[in-house]
Design a protein around this ligand. Structure first.
Ligand code: CP
Ligand code: NVA
Length: 306
């Protein structure tokens, strides 16, 4: 097929789902996890192919999608810019037409969000966003699954984001809107989330520079690296700006007694989070990381199994 099919369902941001679909995916991921743990063979994607375009590094996203496709009876193809013509300047539009004519689904991790949108516009198969500079929706499927597994529904709870108003923060803002929780965002001046995400979610979020107040009575504290991929050259400057935005045991004490800690990983112990917190009792980061597999399976099934 040479022209994009407007009826094809893509997953570029969480808002491509409605609230019921988001909850359905979380529930399904929990069921698929149980099936996997019991050793049940379930291969709904036999002979299906996922092409994965990675312009940035990845451990979890790559292995989650690749394992998901193998366990579902299909295959995944890893494409890096070093080896493809995309990396030598072949237009995204042309690459989208060609790749989607040979495969059943595309996953892309890249810099500008507009590149993922362009890929989707010209793809005849579903396109999944595996992280852009703007959002990381796949991670939120796993994070929300993890919260539901540990504490039940997140509706009406208070979540606190500590640190950079980055791609992960933007996806938490979308999740707050869809699942109806309150999101406190504690970030340094100059590192607030982008205005368009604030406009979309203003009724569920509070932005503050007071990290202690933001964590008080919270049910979930979340943070991320100070310098995301693409901002490595700002590491030193950011270390200064984010000094007060470290998740420590003292900060966790401000939150509710049963509060959880999450981090999408990779983490820098001693920077955005202390070792005591990430390796401590309230940390759910290992379940959160494992749930990338189960959540991505639920997403692939949702998009590809008719
Ligand atoms: N959390 C996450 O997306 O990890 P990777 O960068 O390893 O894929
Ligand atoms: N905000 C981080 C998330 C990594 C999974 C980044 O974009 O590098």
């Amino acid at each position: 097929m040479n022209t994009a099919d407007k009826t094809v369902r893509h997953f570029l941001t969480l808002t491509d789902l409605n609230p019921a679909e988001f909850r359905q995916l979380i529930k399904r991921a929990i069921v698929l996890k149980g099936m996997q743990q019991r050793g049940e063979i379930y291969e709904p994607l036999r002979n299906k192919v996922l092409a994965m375009i990675f312009d940035k590094s990845s451990t979890r996203t790559r292995v989650a999608f690749e394992s998901a496709m193998i366990q579902f009876g299909g295959r995944a193809i890893f494409l890096s810019p070093r080896d493809t013509q995309l990396g030598r300047g072949e237009p995204i539009e042309d690459s989208a037409r060609v790749l989607s004519s040979m495969t059943d689904c595309l996953m892309v991790r890249t810099f500008e969000h507009s590149k993922a949108e362009l890929l989707a516009r010209y793809s005849s198969v579903p396109v999944i966003n595996g992280l852009t500079d703007d959002v990381h929706p796949c991670q939120l499927l796993a994070d929300m699954q993890t919260y539901f597994e540990h504490r039940g529904d997140i509706n009406g709870k208070t979540v606190t984001w500590v640190g950079d108003g980055n791609n992960m923060c933007h996806s938490y803002m979308h999740a707050a809107k869809l699942l109806e929780f309150k999101l406190n965002i504690a970030c340094p001046e100059g590192f607030e989330p982008q205005q368009k995400f604030i406009d979309e979610t203003s009724d569920c979020i509070t932005i503050t520079h007071d990290v202690v107040a933001a964590c008080t009575n919270s049910d979930l504290i979340v943070t991320d690296v100070w310098a995301s991929m693409g901002h490595e050259d700002e590491q030193k400057k950011r270390e200064q700006a984010f000094r007060a935005y470290k998740v420590t045991a003292e900060l966790m004490e401000q939150a509710n007694d049963d509060a959880l800690f999450m981090h999408c990983l990779p983490a820098h112990r001693g920077e955005e989070v202390s070792a005591e917190v990430i390796d401590g009792k309230q940390s759910a980061v290992w379940d959160e990381a494992e749930n990338r597999l189960h959540a991505q399976k639920a997403l692939l099934e949702f998009l590809l199994v008719k």
